[in-house]
Design a protein around this ligand. Sequence first.
Ligand SMILES: CC(C)(COP(=O)(O)OP(=O)(O)OC[C@H]1O[C@@H](n2cnc3c(N)ncnc32)[C@H](O)[C@@H]1OP(=O)(O)O)[C@@H](O)C(=O)NCCC(=O)NCCS
Length: 239
Amino acid sequence: MGVDDLLAREYSALKGTARIQFPRHRYQQRFFRDGEGKPPMTITNSGNPWTIKVPAEHRLHHLRKLFQKEIEGVSAKRAEQTETISRRDAYDYVPKDERGQAFPAIWLGAYNVTEHLVGALYMHTPYEELLEIGNGFDRDFAKGVGKVRRTLASIAVVEDMQRTGLGTALLTAGESQAKQEGAIWVTGFMDERNGTPEFYESNGYNIQPRNIALPKLEPFGVRELHPGYVNGQWFYKKL
Ligand SMILES: CC(C)(COP(=O)(O)OP(=O)(O)OC[C@H]1O[C@@H](n2cnc3c(N)ncnc32)[C@H](O)[C@@H]1OP(=O)(O)O)[C@@H](O)C(=O)NCCC(=O)NCCS
């Protein structure tokens, strides 16, 4: 999908600009997921040859490895570094529940009957944009955008299980979690090497023409720019 590429590049572009500083103890308390050490939570299986679960924190590297294998241009190691840094830096703008606890990024794993990982999804708030908005002019505005928007950063299904409905099941479960957290838009980007518009169309997404940025999404109406160094299509859906 190339979003990791995109994040990494945007990150290097941001280097040297003002950053939000977090005292270490503060984000240690609030940043890491509270699911660590607990058994993974089953979300759906409903008679399918797979089960979709929220994986335990220490299993996330399996999901990153799957993305690396199935999505061209993704590096598991680089993705992990980018995720940690982006989320930490954009922490103030990450949506929180009523107790003030930040929602973790949405990670879902699909496992077959022998408990092997056969598909995965990773969705999060658009960290880079929130940082730009929040650092640039308006922190509350950035928080609002963070609440309503989720980025589909990665989705993949192992080759021999593609076209069996598993990608759709993962996406539907991810969207439903995002909606529960108050999101109203899911957006994403597929580069010329990965993804297929038909998959997103069949899941109700609007697909932009090649290299045309997302339209303004209400209620915040941020004007998006297409970064000239990537080639592909943006897509979006109202939940
Ligand atoms: C994209 C991906 C996650 C889709 O998962 P999937 O399990 O194959 O998708 P589904 O079975 O739910 O497909 C649902 C519908 O989407 C459309 N679709 C999915 N893949 C398609 C393809 N390669 N060509 C045309 N239509 C496709 C079809 O309409 C399909 O319904 P059908 O099989 O009844 O015709 C999977 O192909 C994949 O992992 N690809 C490699 C990694 C990748 O490119 N990820 C996306 C990065 S942007």
